[in-house]
Design a protein around this ligand. Structure first.
Ligand code: MN
Length: 255
């Protein structure tokens, strides 16, 4: 089996190395990832400039390809033929922060897996719910182990057409992880605030700042599972239609 590993934190990120090393035990791994951090860049298709790809050597001595495109560009490049050998699955991560609730629309980790699905290949996004303000070395091993287990199952059983898996792993030692739960998207609570400042030439500029988001640990949701010590697997689809309001909107007068 041939696994494409990518991420949104950049090809040199430790979470990508941990993921690639673990996945090498279950298949052949190729790496094509952005040459810089694209976190929270959403689903990107670069159309108005060329994309460059170069060979790089990672901290563990392994070879990888780095592109100046977004995570979704990296997946498109690989699946459209830049990597000649057929790719069976795309695994994106390991992101150092959880991607839960509405995060999935911002996340480069998740949109890389979405791009896989668009190209007819199963996609899995892996994120670690590391503690807020954790600046020390992160232990990616439990999340890498879970990623490998889940990837093996998907390689064996496949995924329904159009579906990707958004996996979030609690930041716990392996023996403290209680198991796996299939979940739905929960609710993030964003605490963004606008910070307006003045540049040296007297013009205003803006930072979208504020405190880190929190989330509601409701049972059955992604964050509810992670909060309770479980690995969360949320099946996502690119059909964003709000099916439950179609009938109501059809009954309105529109002209
Ligand atoms: Mn990231």
């Amino acid at each position: 089996m041939h696994i494409l590993v990518t991420n949104d934190d950049g090809v040199y990120a430790p979470g990508l190395i941990a993921l690639a090393q673990t996945l090498r035990k279950i298949g052949k791994v190729s790496i094509l990832a952005p040459d810089q951090n694209w976190s929270a860049s959403g689903h990107v298709k670069t159309m108005h400039r060329p994309l460059r790809v170069k060979e790089v050597i990672l901290a563990d001595g392994s070879q990888a390809l780095a592109s100046d495109g977004a995570p979704s560009d990296c997946v498109a490049l690989a699946l459209l033929g830049l990597i000649e050998e057929k790719i069976d699955i795309v695994v994106s991560g390991i992101n150092p922060n959880a991607n839960i609730g509405h995060d999935v629309t911002y996340s480069g980790t998740v949109t890389a897996a979405m791009e896989a699905v668009i190209n007819g290949v199963p996609g899995i996004a892996i994120s670690l719910d590391s503690p807020e303000n954790h600046h020390a070395h992160l232990d990616y091993q439990p999340a890498a182990q879970m990623a490998s287990t889940i990837t093996s199952h998907v390689l064996q059983d496949g995924l329904p057409v159009g579906v990707l898996l958004n996996v979030n792993v609690p930041y716990l030692p392996m023996e403290k992880i209680k198991g796996i739960k299939i979940t739905r998207q929960g609710l993030r609570v964003y605490r963004d605030s606008l910070d307006k400042r003045i540049d040296p030439r007297g013009r205003p500029y803006y930072w979208i700042g504020g405190e880190a988001p929190t989330a509601i640990p409701e049972e059955g949701t992604d964050y509810g599972a992670v909060y309770a010590g479980y690995v969360s697997i949320t099946p996502l689809q690119l059909d964003l239609t709000a099916w439950n309001v179609i009938a109501e909107l059809e009954n309105r007068k529109w002209d």
